[in-house]
Design a binder for this molecule. Structure first.
Ligand code: HEM
Ligand code: PLO
Length: 417
C-alpha cells in the first residue's frame, strides 16, 4: 500500500488507522524549558492532574467563548484595529505577517488578562519580542525528523530560549499577582481569573493544579493561539491571491449577506458558507500542524493491525489524511467546493481533522474558529487583496518552523468601498 507522504517528514501513514488512542507526551527537551517540565497542556503527560487541568482550561475558554459575546467583541475590535492599520498602507506592497501577528496577539492578551495594547506599547513589544525569540530559537534547526524541538540545541540557542522564557514568565507572573490581588470570586474578568478561581477551588489533593500550571497555561495560550491563527490567515490570503475568482465570489457572498453597513458577526456564519468553506479548504490543504504533536502509546496495543508496544511514539500524519486521493478528489487542488453540498450548504468530510481528534484534540478549536471567521470576514468585506505589480504569486510550498508557514510574500491591499 502506498500513502501520500508528508513532504515535511519521512513518516508514511494510513488515514484509516491514523487517529491514535494512546496519549502520553514523551520527554523531549526544549519544551521542558518552555513549560517548566510539563506544567502546560500540550506537552504534559496524560495523568489525572492533566485531565483536571485540561477540563479547567476548556471550561474557562467556554466561559468567554461563543455564548458569552465577550470574545466576539474582543475579536471584532481587534479586526477593526487591523483594518485601520491596513487602510493606512493601502495601495502599497506589504507583508501582512507582522500586522496579523499583532492583531491575533491582542486578542489573546485581552482574553487572558484583559490588557489591550496600542501599537507601540512597550509591554506589547516585549510580548512580541519574547515570542519571536522563542519561535526563532525553537525553529532554527528546521524540522529534524519529527519536530524541531527534538533537536539537541546549540548552547547559544538554549541560552536565548531560556532568556526569552524568563522574560515571558516574569511578565506573566506580574499579571498573575495583579489578578490575585484584585480578584472577585464568582466574577472572573478573564481567563487568568477563571483559572485562578479553578485552582483555588482544588481539593488540596495531588491532582490539583498549582499556580505554576496557571502561569504555563497563560503562556501556552499565547504560543498556541498566535502562531496557528495568524499562519492560517496568511495561508488564506496566499491562496486567494492564487485564486482571484474565489476571492471575488467571497466578496459577492459578503456583499449579499452582510452588506457594508455593519461588521460581520458570528450569527452570519451560517449565511456565509463559501467563506467558511474557503477557511476549511485552507486548513485541509495546508494544515498548520501537519503531524500534530507527537503522541506515545501508554500501553501495549495495536493500531490498524500493527502491534504498538507501550512507549512507542505515535505520529499522526495529518498531511497524508488531508491529501489522500481515496478521500479527496485531486487533493493538491485548492477547491473550497469540497466543503459544500449540491445546494451550497456547508458539509464536513470525515477525513478533515485540522484540530486533531480524541482527548488531545486542540483545546482552542472553538476560539480559533471564531477568530478565523471574524478576522477573515471583516478583512474580505473591506479589502481586495492582489499581487503587487511586478511581484510573483506567493510560494505555496510552505516551510516548517513551529508550525507550517507560507514563505513571506507581499500583497497590495485596496479598500473595496
Ligand atoms: C493542540 C491545531 C489554535 C491551543 C492542537 C493540535 C492541533 C491544533 C492539530 C494537536 C492535536 C494532537 O496532537 O492530537 C490548531 C489549529 C489552530 C489552533 C489549526 C488555529 C487555526 C489554537 C488556539 C489555542 C490552541 C487559538 C489556544 C489559545 C492548543 C492546545 C493544544 C493544542 C493547548 C494541546 C491540547 C492537548 O494536548 O490536550 N491544536 N490549534 N490552539 N492547541 Fe491548537
Ligand atoms: C509557539 C511559540 C511559543 O512561544 C511557545 C509555544 C507554545 C505552544 C505551541 C506553540 C509554541 C507552537 C504551536 C503548538 C503549540 C501547542 C499546540 C500547537 C505546537 C511552540 C500546535 C497546533 O501544533
Amino acid at each position: 500500500m502506498s500513502f501520500p507522504l508528508c513532504p515535511f517528514t519521512d513518516s508514511r501513514s494510513n488515514a484509516a488507522v491514523n487517529i491514535q488512542l494512546f496519549i502520553l507526551m514523551p520527554d523531549l527537551g526544549a519544551e521542558d524549558v518552555l513549560t517548566q517540565g510539563g506544567k502546560d497542556i500540550a506537552f504534559a503527560d496524560y495523568s489525572p492532574l492533566w485531565k483536571n487541568h485540561r477540563r479547567l482550561v476548556h471550561n474557562s475558554f467556554t466561559l468567554f467563548g461563543e455564548g458569552s459575546g465577550k470574545l466576539q467583541t474582543i475579536v471584532q475590535e481587534a479586526a477593526e484595529d487591523l483594518c485601520e492599520e491596513l487602510r493606512s498602507c493601502s495601495g502599497q506592497s506589504s507583508d501582512l505577517s507582522p500586522v496579523l501577528m499583532r492583531a491575533v496577539t491582542n486578542v489573546i492578551c485581552r482574553l487572558v488578562f484583559s490588557s489591550s495594547y496600542q501599537r507601540n506599547d512597550p509591554e506589547f513589544l516585549t510580548v512580541m519580542d519574547y515570542n519571536d525569540g522563542i519561535v526563532q530559537t525553537i525553529a532554527r534547526g528546521g524540522l529534524v525528523d519529527i519536530f524541531p524541538w527534538l533537536r539537541i540545541f546549540p548552547n547559544k540557542d538554549l541560552k536565548k530560549l531560556k532568556q526569552c522564557v524568563s522574560v515571558r514568565d516574569q511578565l506573566l507572573h506580574r499579571k498573575l499577582l495583579e489578578h490575585k490581588m484584585t480578584l472577585t470570586p464568582g466574577e472572573p474578568r478573564d481567563l487568568l481569573d477563571a483559572l485562578l478561581i479553578g485552582q483555588m477551588k482544588g481539593s488540596g489533593g495531588e491532582d490539583d493544579i498549582t499556580e505554576d500550571h496557571v502561569l504555563m497555561t497563560a503562556a501556552e495560550a499565547f504560543g498556541a493561539g498566535v502562531e496557528t491563527t495568524s499562519t492560517t490567515l496568511l495561508w488564506t490570503i496566499a491562496f486567494l491571491l492564487h485564486h482571484p475568482q474565489v476571492q471575488e465570489r467571497v466578496h459577492s457572498e459578503l456583499d449579499e449577506c452582510v452588506g457594508q453597513a455593519r461588521a460581520p458577526s458570528l450569527s452570519d456564519r451560517s449565511r456565509l458558507p463559501l467563506l467558511d468553506a474557503v477557511l476549511c479548504e485552507v486548513m485541509r490543504i495546508r494544515p498548520v500542524s501537519p503531524i500534530l504533536i507527537p503522541h506515545v502509546a501508554m500501553q501495549d496495543t495495536s493500531l490498524g493491525g500493527h502491534s504498538v508496544p507501550k512507549g512507542t511514539r505515535v505520529l499522526v500524519n495529518m498531511w497524508a489524511i488531508h491529501h489522500d486521493p481515496k478521500h479527496w478528489d485531486e487533493p493538491e487542488q485548492f477547491r473550497p467546493e469540497r466543503f459544500l453540498d449540491a445546494s451550497g450548504r456547508r458539509v464536513t468530510p470525515s477525513s478533515f481533522l485540522p484540530f486533531g481528534a480524541g482527548p488531545r484534540v486542540c483545546v482552542g478549536e472553538s476560539l480559533a474558529r471564531i477568530e478565523l471567521f471574524l478576522f477573515a470576514s471583516r478583512l474580505l468585506q473591506r479589502f481586495h487583496f492582489s499581487v503587487p505589480p511586478g511581484a510573483s504569486l506567493p510560494e505555496l510550498q510552505g516551510r516548517f518552523g513551529v508550525v507550517l508557514q507560507p514563505q513571506s510574500y507581499s500583497v497590495t491591499v485596496t479598500p473595496r468601498h
